[in-house]
Design a protein around this ligand. Structure first.
Ligand code: MEV
Length: 321
Protein backbone atom coordinates (compact mmCIF):
# COMPACT_ATOMS: atom_id res chain seq x y z
CA UNK A 1 0.00 0.00 0.00
CA UNK A 2 1.25 3.47 -0.90
CA UNK A 3 0.24 7.01 0.03
CA UNK A 4 0.63 9.52 -2.81
CA UNK A 5 0.34 13.29 -3.07
CA UNK A 6 1.56 16.14 -5.23
CA UNK A 7 1.94 19.85 -4.50
CA UNK A 8 2.68 22.81 -6.82
CA UNK A 9 5.46 25.38 -7.03
CA UNK A 10 4.68 29.03 -6.41
CA UNK A 11 5.49 32.54 -7.51
CA UNK A 12 5.18 35.67 -5.38
CA UNK A 13 3.73 38.50 -7.47
CA UNK A 14 3.81 41.10 -4.68
CA UNK A 15 4.99 41.36 -1.10
CA UNK A 16 7.84 38.90 -0.51
CA UNK A 17 9.95 39.72 2.58
CA UNK A 18 7.42 42.36 3.72
CA UNK A 19 4.96 39.49 4.35
CA UNK A 20 7.28 38.19 7.12
CA UNK A 21 6.45 41.37 9.13
CA UNK A 22 2.66 41.17 8.66
CA UNK A 23 2.18 42.89 5.30
CA UNK A 24 -0.10 41.31 2.68
CA UNK A 25 1.30 39.41 -0.29
CA UNK A 26 -0.20 38.19 -3.56
CA UNK A 27 1.05 34.85 -4.73
CA UNK A 28 0.06 32.01 -7.02
CA UNK A 29 0.69 28.32 -7.40
CA UNK A 30 1.97 27.35 -10.84
CA UNK A 31 1.86 24.28 -13.08
CA UNK A 32 5.09 22.65 -11.87
CA UNK A 33 4.80 19.95 -9.20
CA UNK A 34 6.51 17.75 -6.68
CA UNK A 35 5.09 14.23 -6.36
CA UNK A 36 5.68 12.12 -3.27
CA UNK A 37 4.92 8.51 -2.51
CA UNK A 38 5.22 6.92 0.94
CA UNK A 39 5.12 3.27 1.95
CA UNK A 40 5.48 1.45 5.23
CA UNK A 41 8.76 -0.38 5.93
CA UNK A 42 10.26 -2.01 9.03
CA UNK A 43 9.79 -0.22 12.35
CA UNK A 44 11.95 2.75 13.22
CA UNK A 45 13.60 3.48 9.89
CA UNK A 46 12.68 6.46 7.66
CA UNK A 47 14.34 6.54 4.23
CA UNK A 48 13.91 9.65 2.10
CA UNK A 49 14.98 9.70 -1.55
CA UNK A 50 14.72 12.81 -3.71
CA UNK A 51 16.40 13.96 -6.93
CA UNK A 52 18.95 16.02 -4.98
CA UNK A 53 19.49 14.03 -1.77
CA UNK A 54 18.87 10.63 -0.23
CA UNK A 55 19.39 9.35 3.30
CA UNK A 56 18.20 7.06 6.05
CA UNK A 57 17.14 8.18 9.53
CA UNK A 58 16.95 5.82 12.49
CA UNK A 59 16.39 7.52 15.84
CA UNK A 60 19.07 10.20 15.99
CA UNK A 61 21.39 8.54 13.45
CA UNK A 62 21.57 9.58 9.82
CA UNK A 63 23.09 7.51 7.04
CA UNK A 64 23.90 9.35 3.83
CA UNK A 65 22.85 7.57 0.64
CA UNK A 66 23.74 10.40 -1.72
CA UNK A 67 23.83 14.17 -2.23
CA UNK A 68 25.72 17.25 -1.11
CA UNK A 69 24.34 18.81 2.12
CA UNK A 70 21.81 15.97 2.09
CA UNK A 71 21.26 16.09 5.86
CA UNK A 72 20.18 19.73 5.92
CA UNK A 73 17.89 19.21 2.90
CA UNK A 74 16.29 16.11 4.43
CA UNK A 75 16.06 17.11 8.11
CA UNK A 76 12.80 19.12 7.76
CA UNK A 77 11.21 16.28 5.78
CA UNK A 78 12.22 13.78 8.47
CA UNK A 79 10.89 16.10 11.19
CA UNK A 80 7.57 16.31 9.31
CA UNK A 81 7.43 12.53 8.81
CA UNK A 82 8.20 11.83 12.50
CA UNK A 83 5.61 14.37 13.56
CA UNK A 84 2.96 12.67 11.37
CA UNK A 85 3.88 9.22 12.76
CA UNK A 86 3.97 10.38 16.39
CA UNK A 87 0.64 12.22 16.09
CA UNK A 88 -0.97 8.90 15.12
CA UNK A 89 1.10 6.89 17.63
CA UNK A 90 2.46 4.84 14.70
CA UNK A 91 5.74 2.98 15.09
CA UNK A 92 6.10 1.89 11.46
CA UNK A 93 9.10 2.92 9.36
CA UNK A 94 8.63 4.73 6.07
CA UNK A 95 10.17 4.89 2.64
CA UNK A 96 9.49 8.26 1.05
CA UNK A 97 10.22 8.93 -2.64
CA UNK A 98 10.15 12.48 -3.98
CA UNK A 99 10.08 13.39 -7.70
CA UNK A 100 10.22 17.05 -8.66
CA UNK A 101 9.82 19.16 -11.77
CA UNK A 102 10.40 22.38 -9.79
CA UNK A 103 13.86 23.98 -10.05
CA UNK A 104 15.07 24.04 -6.44
CA UNK A 105 16.72 26.82 -4.43
CA UNK A 106 15.57 29.63 -6.74
CA UNK A 107 12.48 30.94 -4.96
CA UNK A 108 9.83 28.80 -6.65
CA UNK A 109 8.74 27.11 -3.43
CA UNK A 110 10.25 23.67 -3.95
CA UNK A 111 10.95 23.18 -0.24
CA UNK A 112 7.39 24.15 0.80
CA UNK A 113 5.88 21.94 -1.94
CA UNK A 114 8.03 18.97 -0.91
CA UNK A 115 6.95 19.36 2.73
CA UNK A 116 3.26 19.73 1.87
CA UNK A 117 3.31 16.73 -0.50
CA UNK A 118 5.38 14.56 1.89
CA UNK A 119 3.08 15.18 4.85
CA UNK A 120 0.00 14.60 2.66
CA UNK A 121 1.41 11.33 1.26
CA UNK A 122 2.07 10.05 4.80
CA UNK A 123 -1.35 11.21 6.02
CA UNK A 124 -3.03 9.44 3.11
CA UNK A 125 -1.11 6.26 3.98
CA UNK A 126 -2.01 6.43 7.68
CA UNK A 127 -5.46 7.97 7.81
CA UNK A 128 -7.57 10.80 6.53
CA UNK A 129 -5.61 13.81 5.23
CA UNK A 130 -6.80 17.27 6.28
CA UNK A 131 -5.47 20.19 4.18
CA UNK A 132 -5.46 22.72 7.00
CA UNK A 133 -3.51 20.43 9.34
CA UNK A 134 -1.10 19.45 6.55
CA UNK A 135 -0.42 23.12 5.85
CA UNK A 136 0.18 23.88 9.56
CA UNK A 137 2.58 20.92 9.92
CA UNK A 138 4.44 21.96 6.76
CA UNK A 139 4.92 25.50 8.15
CA UNK A 140 6.20 24.08 11.44
CA UNK A 141 8.74 21.92 9.57
CA UNK A 142 9.69 24.80 7.26
CA UNK A 143 10.60 26.84 10.33
CA UNK A 144 13.49 24.41 10.91
CA UNK A 145 15.08 25.74 7.73
CA UNK A 146 14.03 29.34 8.11
CA UNK A 147 12.67 30.16 11.50
CA UNK A 148 10.78 33.33 10.52
CA UNK A 149 8.80 31.80 7.66
CA UNK A 150 5.61 33.76 7.01
CA UNK A 151 3.88 30.51 5.98
CA UNK A 152 2.90 32.02 2.62
CA UNK A 153 4.66 29.38 0.49
CA UNK A 154 3.01 26.45 2.30
CA UNK A 155 -0.43 28.09 2.11
CA UNK A 156 -0.31 28.65 -1.64
CA UNK A 157 1.11 25.20 -2.32
CA UNK A 158 -1.63 23.57 -0.23
CA UNK A 159 -4.66 25.59 -1.30
CA UNK A 160 -3.59 26.60 -4.83
CA UNK A 161 -4.67 29.36 -7.21
CA UNK A 162 -4.06 33.08 -6.95
CA UNK A 163 -4.22 34.16 -3.32
CA UNK A 164 -3.95 37.21 -1.10
CA UNK A 165 -2.16 36.20 2.10
CA UNK A 166 -1.13 37.80 5.32
CA UNK A 167 0.39 36.35 8.46
CA UNK A 168 -2.40 36.28 11.01
CA UNK A 169 -5.04 37.23 8.40
CA UNK A 170 -4.83 33.93 6.51
CA UNK A 171 -5.60 33.72 2.82
CA UNK A 172 -8.33 34.73 0.37
CA UNK A 173 -8.65 33.52 -3.22
CA UNK A 174 -8.26 36.37 -5.72
CA UNK A 175 -10.44 36.46 -8.82
CA UNK A 176 -8.38 37.81 -11.70
CA UNK A 177 -10.53 39.31 -14.42
CA UNK A 178 -7.97 38.49 -17.15
CA UNK A 179 -5.83 35.39 -17.57
CA UNK A 180 -2.21 36.18 -16.68
CA UNK A 181 0.54 35.33 -19.20
CA UNK A 182 3.62 34.80 -17.08
CA UNK A 183 7.21 33.84 -17.82
CA UNK A 184 9.83 32.63 -15.36
CA UNK A 185 13.51 33.29 -15.92
CA UNK A 186 16.02 31.38 -13.82
CA UNK A 187 19.42 32.89 -13.00
CA UNK A 188 20.45 29.39 -11.83
CA UNK A 189 21.95 31.01 -8.71
CA UNK A 190 20.78 29.08 -5.64
CA UNK A 191 19.95 31.09 -2.56
CA UNK A 192 19.45 30.50 1.14
CA UNK A 193 16.05 31.86 2.15
CA UNK A 194 16.89 31.93 5.89
CA UNK A 195 20.01 34.04 5.32
CA UNK A 196 18.18 36.50 3.05
CA UNK A 197 15.33 36.88 5.55
CA UNK A 198 17.92 37.51 8.32
CA UNK A 199 19.66 40.15 6.20
CA UNK A 200 16.34 42.00 5.83
CA UNK A 201 15.74 41.71 9.58
CA UNK A 202 19.14 43.34 10.24
CA UNK A 203 18.28 46.15 7.86
CA UNK A 204 14.94 46.63 9.63
CA UNK A 205 16.58 46.70 13.07
CA UNK A 206 19.24 49.16 11.90
CA UNK A 207 16.70 51.58 10.46
CA UNK A 208 13.14 51.12 11.72
CA UNK A 209 11.87 54.39 10.22
CA UNK A 210 13.10 53.74 6.69
CA UNK A 211 11.89 50.15 6.86
CA UNK A 212 8.45 51.34 8.01
CA UNK A 213 8.30 53.58 4.94
CA UNK A 214 9.13 50.66 2.62
CA UNK A 215 6.50 48.49 4.38
CA UNK A 216 3.79 51.07 3.77
CA UNK A 217 4.79 51.48 0.09
CA UNK A 218 4.77 47.69 -0.35
CA UNK A 219 1.32 47.47 1.24
CA UNK A 220 0.04 50.21 -1.01
CA UNK A 221 1.40 48.43 -4.11
CA UNK A 222 -0.23 45.19 -3.00
CA UNK A 223 -3.61 46.90 -2.53
CA UNK A 224 -3.35 48.57 -5.93
CA UNK A 225 -2.40 45.23 -7.49
CA UNK A 226 -5.50 43.62 -5.99
CA UNK A 227 -7.64 46.32 -7.61
CA UNK A 228 -5.80 45.93 -10.95
CA UNK A 229 -6.37 42.15 -10.88
CA UNK A 230 -10.06 42.69 -10.08
CA UNK A 231 -10.57 45.12 -12.96
CA UNK A 232 -8.33 43.25 -15.43
CA UNK A 233 -5.92 46.19 -15.77
CA UNK A 234 -2.89 44.15 -16.83
CA UNK A 235 -0.83 47.18 -17.90
CA UNK A 236 -1.17 48.63 -14.41
CA UNK A 237 -0.23 45.27 -12.89
CA UNK A 238 3.02 45.34 -14.88
CA UNK A 239 3.80 48.88 -13.67
CA UNK A 240 3.22 47.73 -10.08
CA UNK A 241 5.55 44.75 -10.55
CA UNK A 242 8.29 47.15 -11.64
CA UNK A 243 7.62 49.34 -8.58
CA UNK A 244 7.73 46.29 -6.34
CA UNK A 245 11.14 45.36 -7.81
CA UNK A 246 12.47 48.81 -6.82
CA UNK A 247 11.47 48.18 -3.19
CA UNK A 248 13.15 44.76 -3.21
CA UNK A 249 16.31 46.38 -4.57
CA UNK A 250 16.15 48.82 -1.64
CA UNK A 251 16.04 45.79 0.70
CA UNK A 252 19.22 44.55 -0.96
CA UNK A 253 17.76 41.16 -1.87
CA UNK A 254 17.92 41.40 -5.65
CA UNK A 255 21.02 40.26 -7.52
CA UNK A 256 22.90 41.56 -10.55
CA UNK A 257 21.96 38.45 -12.59
CA UNK A 258 18.28 38.84 -11.63
CA UNK A 259 18.48 42.54 -12.60
CA UNK A 260 19.97 41.48 -15.94
CA UNK A 261 17.12 39.02 -16.61
CA UNK A 262 14.52 41.62 -15.58
CA UNK A 263 16.09 44.04 -18.05
CA UNK A 264 16.05 41.43 -20.85
CA UNK A 265 12.40 40.59 -20.08
CA UNK A 266 11.37 44.26 -20.20
CA UNK A 267 13.30 44.84 -23.44
CA UNK A 268 11.59 41.76 -24.91
CA UNK A 269 8.19 43.34 -24.28
CA UNK A 270 7.23 42.47 -20.67
CA UNK A 271 4.61 44.77 -19.12
CA UNK A 272 6.53 44.37 -15.86
CA UNK A 273 9.16 42.11 -14.32
CA UNK A 274 10.58 41.47 -10.88
CA UNK A 275 12.47 38.94 -8.80
CA UNK A 276 10.23 36.44 -7.04
CA UNK A 277 10.72 34.80 -3.64
CA UNK A 278 13.66 35.42 -1.35
CA UNK A 279 16.05 36.79 -4.02
CA UNK A 280 19.86 36.61 -3.90
CA UNK A 281 19.82 35.26 -7.48
CA UNK A 282 16.98 32.81 -7.95
CA UNK A 283 14.14 33.33 -10.36
CA UNK A 284 12.39 36.33 -11.89
CA UNK A 285 8.82 36.64 -13.18
CA UNK A 286 7.69 38.67 -16.15
CA UNK A 287 4.14 39.61 -17.10
CA UNK A 288 3.19 39.59 -20.78
CA UNK A 289 0.19 41.12 -22.54
CA UNK A 290 -0.57 37.85 -24.34
CA UNK A 291 0.77 34.41 -25.27
CA UNK A 292 2.72 35.71 -28.27
CA UNK A 293 4.57 38.22 -26.09
CA UNK A 294 5.30 35.64 -23.40
CA UNK A 295 6.89 33.38 -26.05
CA UNK A 296 9.02 36.32 -27.17
CA UNK A 297 10.08 37.11 -23.59
CA UNK A 298 11.02 33.47 -22.89
CA UNK A 299 13.00 33.38 -26.15
CA UNK A 300 14.78 36.64 -25.19
CA UNK A 301 15.83 35.25 -21.80
CA UNK A 302 17.03 32.00 -23.39
CA UNK A 303 19.01 33.95 -26.00
CA UNK A 304 20.75 35.75 -23.11
CA UNK A 305 21.92 32.32 -21.88
CA UNK A 306 19.42 31.58 -19.08
CA UNK A 307 16.63 29.07 -18.57
CA UNK A 308 13.10 30.37 -19.09
CA UNK A 309 9.63 28.84 -19.24
CA UNK A 310 6.06 30.05 -19.53
CA UNK A 311 3.77 29.19 -16.63
CA UNK A 312 0.08 28.97 -15.91
CA UNK A 313 -1.59 29.46 -12.55
CA UNK A 314 -2.46 26.08 -11.03
CA UNK A 315 -5.92 26.23 -9.45
CA UNK A 316 -5.74 22.92 -7.56
CA UNK A 317 -2.96 23.14 -4.96
CA UNK A 318 -2.36 19.92 -3.07
CA UNK A 319 -3.67 16.77 -4.74
CA UNK A 320 -3.87 13.63 -2.62
CA UNK A 321 -3.96 10.18 -4.23
C1 MEV B 1 10.12 33.16 0.33
O1 MEV B 1 9.53 32.43 -0.74
C2 MEV B 1 9.27 34.34 0.70
C3 MEV B 1 9.82 35.22 1.81
O2 MEV B 1 8.87 36.30 1.96
C4 MEV B 1 9.95 34.49 3.13
C5 MEV B 1 8.61 34.12 3.78
O3 MEV B 1 7.57 34.60 3.37
O4 MEV B 1 8.67 33.33 4.73
C6 MEV B 1 11.15 35.83 1.45
Amino acid sequence: MKGRASAPAKIILFGEHFVVYGNPAILASIDRRITVSARKVREGKVTIKSDIAAGEFEGSTFKLIEGVNARSALDPLYFAAKHALDARKQKTGLEITIKSDIPYGVGLGSSAASLVATIAAIESLLGRPDKKKICESAIEAERIIHKNSSGADCYVSTFGGLIHYSRGGGFKKVDAKSKLSLVIGDTGIKHNTGELVSSVRKLKEANQMAFGGLMSQAKDICNQALAALGSGNIDQLGVLMNESQLLLERLGVSHEKADELIDVARRSGALGAKMTGAGGGGAIIALAANKEDSERIAAGIKAAGFAAFEVEIDPKGLIVG
